[in-house]
Ligand binder design. Structure first.
Ligand code: SF4
Length: 383
């Protein structure tokens, strides 16, 4: 069968021979180095035919549009899993228990504060709240919790309040529109609702693995509502389930289009893109972990394709020291986590020796600087 690819002009490029592939790769490389954008077909071409060095070079070129080549930034953060009770039943999750099952918990306010205090003692200042879809926790539980954190810690701590997946669930339970729910949280002092819980954003993937969670259409509607309330948000992606290359590319296509629309309408949109890898241990889905090399190549492809997102974050939580090589494949930012029960239950391990971890990117030649979470200027003034 004749292999083809479609270039930026919409022309069909024949890939029957090695010479045809090399010519197509050279055309893509010239466009990226010239500041241009690649098509989805060209992303497929890069994934299937580009060498590691070619991907590094192109990802480095897009990274250099936003960041000095030898600079990387990081944060020290803790994910606080406030409840493990969840009704979504995603088959890739080893964390949740159903309501009324043994082992379910909801952290007390004192537990939450103790975890934040410990984070501060260890030099961190970013908290990510993440938990299950717990039907016993109404919207005001979250609003009260976030308001209390803001009141107690002021600007000493910033927090990612929820993932979009949790946000959609609690808006639905409260019978509020996404805009109304976003405004309620913003008025309680929330600055960030991250793009977590996205895994792979195709309707087929959602039906196969997380059919009670949300549809992709709803996901982007909710994210747009968050953007329009003035809060910040991010893009995420998780790879290594059973997703196809086409599904990975569709996720990227939808994310790039969302960000294009935000920018066109005058919003900052997505602050960053974070990709991590599926941990299969203890899950109903099972499976095997992908290799670090596949992760690095994927990060490069994402950086090249998502040319409208400034920060690319590599996942120390799931890749440990191997995560830092992704800086050479387009990433510019990472966090050092203290805790995340969701991924730890599925097999992630956390190294708390931060000096040892930071020595790895330094040995790769990066000047590594601590980064504080940004505050949306309009909202920070009111906190
Ligand atoms: S991944 Fe999140 S939403 Fe899905 S079952 Fe686990 S806790 Fe619930």
């Amino acid at each position: 069968m004749t292999q083809t690819s479609r270039n930026a002009q919409g022309d069909t490029v024949l890939l029957d021979t090695d010479a045809g592939v090399q010519a197509a790769l050279a055309e893509v490389a010239a466009r990226v180095h010239g500041g241009g954008r690649i098509t989805t077909d060209e992303a497929r071409l890069l994934w299937e035919h580009a060498s590691d060095d070619e991907l590094k070079s192109l990802a480095g070129a897009v990274r250099a549009r936003y960041h000095a080549p030898d600079r990387a930034t990081y944060m020290v953060m803790r994910i606080i899993n406030y409840t493990n009770v969840c009704v979504a039943q995603c088959d890739y999750c080893a964390f949740y228990v159903l309501p009324n099952q043994d082992g379910g918990y909801v952290l007390s306010r004192e537990d939450v504060f103790a975890k934040i205090d410990q984070l501060l003692e260890l030099g961190g200042d970013l908290v990510g709240f993440n938990g299950g879809f717990n039907p016993r926790l109404p919207l005001h539980y979250y609003a009260d919790l976030f308001a209390a954190v803001r009141e107690r810690y002021g600007d000493k701590v910033e927090f990612y309040a929820l993932t979009i997946a949790e946000f959609m669930y609690l808006a639905d339970r409260a019978k509020l529109s996404h805009h109304e729910a976003a405004e309620a949280l913003r008025d309680a002092g929330v600055f960030w609702i991250t793009g977590g819980g996205s895994e792979i954003l195709t309707e087929d993937f959602r039906k196969r693995h997380a059919k009670f969670k949300y549809t992709v259409r709803e996901y982007f509607q909710a994210q747009r509502a968050i953007v329009e309330t003035g809060m910040r948000t991010t893009a995420t992606m998780v790879i290594g389930f059973d997703e196809t290359l086409d599904e990975r590319l569709e996720h990227l296509e939808r994310t790039r289009a969302f960000q294009d629309d935000c920018i066109q309408d005058g919003w900052d949109g997505l602050f960053s893109f974070l990709c991590w890898t599926y941990k299969p241990y203890g899950t109903a889905l099972g499976g095997r972990e992908i290799t670090p090399r596949e992760y690095w190549r994927h990060m490069a492809l994402c950086r090249i394709y998502l040319d409208n997102v400034k920060h690319f974050r590599t996942s120390v939580l799931t890749q440990n020291a191997d995560a830092f090589r992704a800086l050479e494949f387009g990433a510019d930012d990472f966090d050092l986590p203290l805790e995340d029960e969701v991924t730890q239950k599925a097999g992630a391990t956390i190294d708390l020796d931060m000096d040892r971890l930071l020595a790895v990117p330094r040995a790769l030649g990066y000047n590594v600087e601590y980064r504080h979470a940004e505050r949306p200027p309009a909202l920070a003034a009111t906190a």
